[in-house]
Ligand binder design. Structure first.
Ligand code: URA
Ligand code: SF4
Length: 244
């Protein structure tokens, strides 16, 4: 990597909006190894098929929104204020998938509106993207897990059909999984971010890139440099998807 760490950390900081500096970013992109297909170990735990599994098939956006708003397929419905379906361009090329709503998201009904959301917006800005324009943002689970705990496997499994239907409807050119729960939900297998990032994965024929969750980056300064690499990788992958 040719960018010096000081510079990267400055760029990744929470202060000013991240800016993609053309020269160093282009260099970074060159430096990145060609993506390799990444095998994923299947999950050991088999979650029993649940009623929601078939319910989403063929749903329109309106039906999906109504179904999710009223959903009681897992116990996360008990403490939520409201289910949070997602936000943005329903024909977006870019789909970002987080873990689940936090307190502010639960309150406002929109994903990534709290602290982690500010960082996500900065990450988007760094690659020339803006919430709502060619970008859709969703979560692996639509209802807030109490105390912001990680969603349990059966909760993620209960909610997955909604995300699957969202992806069918959006038909994004690239999916970005933010953090482990999102990656594991999409890939249906064990994922370790450290080894899964920087590779091109596949979700039913759609390229999938795995990176750190913004809330994790807020706590872990050093990994912001890696997140920067991941952003460059995303940008390069989308360029290739669009034919250069
Ligand atoms: N973290 C997430 O994973 N999703 C949100 O919507 C907010 C914070
Ligand atoms: Fe339904 Fe998903 Fe909410 Fe569980 S988290 S109640 S499956 S919408």
């Amino acid at each position: 990597m040719t960018m010096d760490r000081e510079h990267i950390l400055h760029e990744m900081g929470l202060g000013p909006v991240w800016k993609l500096r053309v020269t160093p970013a282009a260099k970074l992109v060159e430096d990145l190894a060609a993506p390799a297909a990444a095998p994923v170990a299947p999950l050991q735990a088999t979650v029993p098929a649940i009623a929601a599994a078939a319910a989403h098939v063929g749903m329109t956006w309106d039906e999906l929104a109504d179904t999710v708003a009223a959903c009681r397929q897992c116990r996360l419905c008990e403490a939520r204020k409201q289910a949070v379906l997602g936000v943005g361009d329903r024909n977006a090329d870019w789909l970002f998938v987080g873990e689940g709503p936090g307190a502010e998201e639960d309150q406002r009904g929109e994903p990534f509106v709290g602290q982690a959301g500010k960082l996500l917006d900065n990450m988007l800005a760094a690659i020339g993207l803006k919430r709502g324009t060619d970008v859709y943002i969703a979560n692996a689970v639509k209802c807030r897990p109490p105390e912001n705990r990680t969603p349990a496997p059966e909760e993620a499994a209960a909610c997955r059909p909604y995300l699957e239907r969202q992806i069918e409807l959006i038909q994004p050119k690239l999916i970005v999984a933010l953090g482990r729960p999102a990656a594991q939900t999409l890939l249906q297998g064990e994922v370790k971010i450290a080894s899964a990032r920087g590779k091109l994965h596949d979700y039913r024929g759609i390229p999938l890139i795995i990176t750190y969750h913004p809330a994790y980056l807020l706590r872990t300064l050093l990994d912001k440099a890696k997140a920067w690499e991941d952003l460059c990788f995303m940008r390069r992958t989308m360029k290739a998807q669009k034919g250069g």
